[in-house]
Design a protein around this ligand. Sequence first.
Ligand SMILES: [Zn+2]
Length: 280
Amino acid sequence: MTEPADAAARRAIAPVICYPVETLPVPPMETYRSARAGATRTGEVLVPPREAACFRVPAGHFFRIVSVDGPQVGDLNLWAADDLSERFYSGKTRALHGTHVTVGDRLWSCFPHLRPMATITEDTLGWYGIDEHGGSVHDVIGTRCDPYTHRLLSGGDYHHCCHSNLTRALAAELGMPRTEAEPHVHDVLNVFMCTGFTRDTGQYFMKASPVRPGDFIEVFAEIDLLGCLSACPGGDCSSEHSSDTAACHPLLVEVFAPAPGALDGWHPPPRNAYSRSHGA
Ligand SMILES: [Zn+2]
């Protein structure tokens, strides 16, 4: 294909940010910080390797995902605890905050709710930044490893992909058949995973996660949350993610309650105010 005469000029046009976030409500990080300072641990869930587990976090509480035995990536789903139709929207979170999230970024819910479900308050991997390959941690660009894509690419059946782990754990948590639970599983926040897009072909890549035992990401629940976390069969995701070959480790989820009164004046964000008339 021949280039037009002005190809260089067309390519040289400066990009503009699709969604400038200056008009978004600013999360009250100082309020969160002081609420967290007096908080007490109320529970924990240990997610076994190549499995998933559910956990619940009341609005105004915090949850922390901790690397325990070794480098391990986690695939996180979030729903409004009382309404599975309101779930984490990785695509819009990416459009607003970028391909990877860290402290101060929010995890947004799907239409028609579109409100912050959670706000990231701590991230011990915040130092990583963007590496020479364009990789960074905690992405909202991947989907989740799943048995359908595995079947497409490799032909076999593998039952411990994150999609299946999340499906089994959600079904058990809600006492519903797996076929009913599966459609509620959605694109994830890839906790601790190091990913990017190759510059030459634009392909999604992963590389060994920089996470080490003791590292954690901590999140403030803006609304009552049901969470589900899968300890990915890819382990640190340095090689493959749909088999039992990678070294895998558990992940710990801890929940913390602020002291009574610590969040006085704070309220869960309302659902999006758009009329839903769509102009009709
Ligand atoms: Zn996975």
